[in-house]
Design a protein around this ligand. Structure first.
Ligand code: ADP
Ligand code: MG
Length: 673
């Protein structure tokens, strides 16, 4: 004997309720031929719906064999079953199960989205077919109405149109007239009868004898067993041969996006206030991550830059004789002061990391006189080479500064500090004027060739704004005490790629080796301080970002929570989608994509808010801090971190709800009210 359209052989099924098993079907066998219209009748709780869900490939039997259109469904994969439901079976439910908030046309078209793995179908053709079905079923004028605006009979006709959109050969109806008045019931019954006449196999579950009488055959069941049936009328058509079920490959990203984005958007609009409040968490989190990282880096750069002007690459080297030298110490050479030829000149050849060197002679407590004005006792005189000012990042407000030929010619020229220029010359141009400098009884004069910019320094090497800087060769000719003409200090510029601290240590080791303990050698630079500062600022930024990350985690949890609520609210929708051909994984990915979408939207918004936020802070800062100028800041690293944070939040917050939605059983979801 050839198999019918739908056959059950000795099928049992029990629901698991905690520890308990609830037996719904108990070794049931039946055979429904193609083209037959069968009623299944029985008291409430006898297992009718369970039978339909088994025939509808929404449940798998505990034992026995179910054949649908020639396929043993236990041999089909989950995705293939979804395909089967979508293409071969049309469902009509007592509660209609239409998507609320979605118009009639799109409700009819719902199965055409699935299975996603199949890539849907020809959209235009399906649309035309949906319109045609709507016209046939008297819904033409209602095409853009929402289900809640329709009568029960109209809603059921929408559900029937939906069952027909894929031209499925089998219609499974679970008490389709249960919620309708008798007149409308007759109408729906007539509709199903017409479909049967067109060749469809129809199975109707009912407890209405009138409905049963309209069918070819009635099967009575009770306590999960067949307890009787009408004499079978001859089957109008032969049994169906097996049909092909394709193999499926995993979902593509574009399909996923195409399907999930409009749904996510719809959902968002449906719960506008709740979505906005939930997204606020992510907006704040992303905005603070972006602004904290950007501002942290920005302030760090600003602070470090202001230190760099003091000379991060600058090394000062001090060499003094050791006055506590004991007689037993026998140094290789006894140190009294540095010798330019012997000690300083070779350094650049020995240590390639020193880019330039200048001697640093100094003499204090001078007075400076010009015209009738004078500045007494606070003026210091510095003797340096042409490299001296660049090495110490001293800049000129005007003039040319100390030039190589000034050094060669021992020129009596000088660069004066800004303070000195203000005090002695006021509005007058000091360039070219001769300045008198005196200490005790000695006096010399120099022609001013430059004025240095104001210097802000923590390390006051004798009030830099009141300095008179002269070529060191000229300094050595001055009538100063011989003590001042001894070279003890030099300044060096270290290659930025080299480690300043280390260079200082090498220099110290070099002179210690040469002079033993007859000298005290000491290197000093700002770089150690700057390094500490940098570490502190990094730590500070990290702290701020961690706090921001925490707020993002809270925001992400908000999204998880909202999605979980949404899963619970949309149980029927999930069940329906699965019944109409969405595989479990398609549902999981739909919810996952929704969470990602929410996060992405909130995240992009957060980036805009963060950008406006930190730019406003910089603007405010530029008004309050005199040295800070307003500027547009875009920090690529901070942006990248923010984007990564958005994706991670989206993935983490979508995971739970997505898995929960995936695991929902069709019937569990459909039965929820
Ligand atoms: P009918 O549709 O004929 O009213 P059902 O197929 O819905 O019967 O139910 C058959 C039996 O299985 C009943 O005893 C019912 O209580 C039980 N049952 C149905 N669904 C579930 C479920 N999800 N979990 C546990 N038991 C269930
Ligand atoms: Mg039922």
């Amino acid at each position: 004997m050839k198999p019918g359209a739908l056959t059950l052989e000795n099928v049992s099924f029990a629901y698991t309720l905690g520890e308990q098993k609830v037996r719904a079907l108990d070794g049931i066998s039946l055979d429904i031929s193609e083209g037959e219209m069968v009623a299944i009748q029985g008291p409430s709780g006898s297992g009718k719906s369970t039978l339909l869900y088994l025939l509808g490939c929404m449940l798998r039997p505990d034992s026995g064999v179910i054949r649908v259109l020639g396929h043993d469904i236990s041999h089909l994969s989950e995705v293939q079953l979804a395909y089967f439901r979508n293409r071969k079976l049309g469902f009509v439910f007592q509660q209609f199960h239409l998507l609320p908030g979605t118009d009639v046309l799109n409700n009819i078209l719902l199965p055409s989205l699935y299975p996603l793995e199949d890539g849907g179908g020809d959209g235009e053709a399906l649309r035309a077919r949906a319109l045609e079905l709507a016209t046939q079923l008297g819904l033409a004028s209602r095409i853009d109405h929402k289900p809640q605006e329709l009568s029960g009979g109209q809603q059921q006709r929408v559900a029937i149109a939906r069952a027909l959109i894929r031209d499925a050969p089998v219609i499974l109806a679970d008490e389709p007239t249960g919620n309708l008045d008798s007149k409308t019931s007759k109408e729906i019954l007539r509709l199903l009868r017409d479909l049967n006449k067109q060749g469809k196999t129809v199975v109707i579950i009912t407890h209405d004898s009138e409905v049963a009488e309209a069918c070819d055959r009635t099967i009575w069941i009770r306590d999960g067993k067949v307890v009787g049936q009408d004499s079978q009328k001859p089957a109008p058509a032969g049994p169906a041969g097996p049909i092909d079920v394709p193999q499926f490959s995993p979902l593509g990203l574009t399909t996923l996006l195409r399907e999930s984005m409009p749904r996510a958007w719809e959902n968002l609009l449906r719960n506008r206030l709740r979505s906005l409040l939930t997204m606020l968490g992510v907006v704040v989190g992303v905005a603070s991550i972006l602004s904290m990282l950007t501002l942290g880096t920005f302030t760090k750069e600003k602070i470090l830059a202001s230190y760099a002007t003091l000379g991060v690459n600058t090394l000062m080297f001090f060499a003094d004789p050791n006055y506590q030298l004991k007689a037993v110490d026998r140094p290789p050479n006894t140190f009294s002061s540095l010798d330019l030829e012997r000690d300083v000149a070779p350094l650049r050849k020995i240590f390639p990391e020193f880019r330039s060197i200048s001697p640093w002679y100094s003499s204090y407590r001078h007075s400076a006189i010009y015209g009738g004005r004078s500045v007494s006792e606070e003026v210091s005189v510095l003797g340096i080479s042409e490299h001296g000012m660049p090495i110490t990042r001293r800049e000129l407000a005007m003039g040319t500064g100390i030039l190589p030929y000034h050094i060669e010619n021992k020129s009596s020229v000088c660069v004066i500090g800004y303070g000195l220029a203000e005090k002695l010359f006021q509005r007058q141009n000091p360039l070219g004027e001769a300045l008198q400098v005196s200490v005790d009884e000695m006096t010399f004069s120099c022609v001013i060739v430059g004025v240095s910019r104001p210097v802000f320094t923590r390390q006051s090497w004798g009030k830099p704004d009141l300095q008179v800087i002269v070529p060191y060769t000229y300094f050595l000719t001055l009538p100063l005490y011989s003590y001042y003409r001894k070279l003890t200090d030099i300044v060096l510029e270290v290659d930025p790629a080299a480690d300043v601290e280390n260079a200082g240590k090498k220099l110290k080791a070099f002179f210690t080796k040469r002079y033993g303990n007859s000298g005290n050698f000491r290197a000093s630079s700002d770089s150690v301080l700057v390094a500490q500062m940098r570490r502190f600022l990094d730590l500070f930024t990290m702290l701020l970002v961690s706090i921001a990350a925490l707020s993002l985690i809270v925001g992400g949890m908000g999204i998880t929570n909202m999605m979980l609520v949404s899963v619970n609210e949309r149980l029927r929708e999930i069940g329906l989608r699965k019944a109409l051909g969405a595989s479990h994984s398609a549902i999981r990915q739909l919810f996952f994509a929704e969470a990602l979408f929410l996060c992405a939207l909130a995240g992009l918004f957060g980036i805009v808010v963060g950008f406006i936020g930190y730019q406003s802070l910089i603007f405010l800062g530029s008004k309050l801090i005199p040295d800070l100028e307003f500027q547009w800041v875009v920090n690529p690293v901070a942006l990248a971190v923010s984007f990564v944070a958005i994706v991670v939040t989206g993935v983490l917050s979508g995971l739970g709800p997505a898995v929960r939605a995936e695991r929902l059983q069709v019937i569990e979801a459909l039965r929820s009210e």
